[in-house]
Design a protein around this ligand. Structure first.
Ligand SMILES: [Zn+2]
Length: 211
């Protein structure tokens, strides 16, 4: 094998290295350090420590009920999944049954809404740590519900992740805890889904008033 080929890490190799790290007892400590970094940077507190499962056997599932599934150690992925963990626990503590829904199976407007909010919050937890720019504009939000459900995959991925992040960022910048709580308790209504900048304005106004 030539040098160039050897230097390219496959997912299998990255998985093997992460497993080795876990065997040596170094993984847990490292993940706890990432949790602490995130708490400090975002000024919030996680609800305990999730269970991390290192596995190659992941199908459309990265976070589920207190467990984060990773194929290998990647800080961006860990920070993103910690966002799902935080929002899930927060909703449960508030007594809410918030179902995220999987993009593949989104057929109803409220599934699109929950997916947008969930990925928006998780992308916030990721991007604020990585320092990646917000590259979405308000003018890119759809003006019909149909556009959330039936559109090309690239557009939908951009909409749910980057559009979700762009939606919640000004709210969570005020306070991650207060912002997430307010959003969870006051999700966009059907008519607000096609006027998302107005939804954001409404939430920001209420948060401003409660200060
Ligand atoms: Zn996600």
């Amino acid at each position: 094998m030539n040098e160039l080929v050897k230097r390219v890490r496959t997912i299998g190799e990255a998985y093997g290295e992460t497993k080795e790290f876990e065997r040596k007892g170094l993984l847990k400590e490292h993940l706890e350090k990432l949790i602490k970094n995130q708490e400090e940077k975002l000024g919030m507190k996680h609800f305990g420590v999730p269970i991390f499962v290192v596995t190659m056997d992941i199908f459309d599932k990265m976070y589920e009920d207190g467990r984060i599934y990773i194929q290998y150690l990647d800080e961006k992925i860990v920070y993103h999944e910690l966002g799902h963990f935080y929002f899930d626990r927060l909703c449960k503590n508030l007594g809410l049954d918030f179902r995220k829904g999987r993009r593949k199976y989104i057929t109803k407007w409220w599934e699109a809404r929950n997916h947008l909010i969930s990925e928006g919050v998780a992308t916030y937890f990721e991007r604020e740590m990585s320092g990646d720019e917000d590259e979405f504009n308000d003018s890119e939000y759809p003006e019909t519900i149909e556009a959330f459900l039936r559109n090309n995959l690239n557009f939908l991925l951009k909409l749910y992740y980057e559009g979700g992040y762009h939606l919640v960022k000004p709210i969570l910048d005020i306070s991650v805890e207060k912002g997430c709580k307010k959003i969870a308790l006051d999700l966009p209504k059907r008519e607000e889904m096609v006027k998302l900048p107005e939804y954001r304005k409404r939430i920001l106004r209420i948060l401003g008033e409660s200060d």
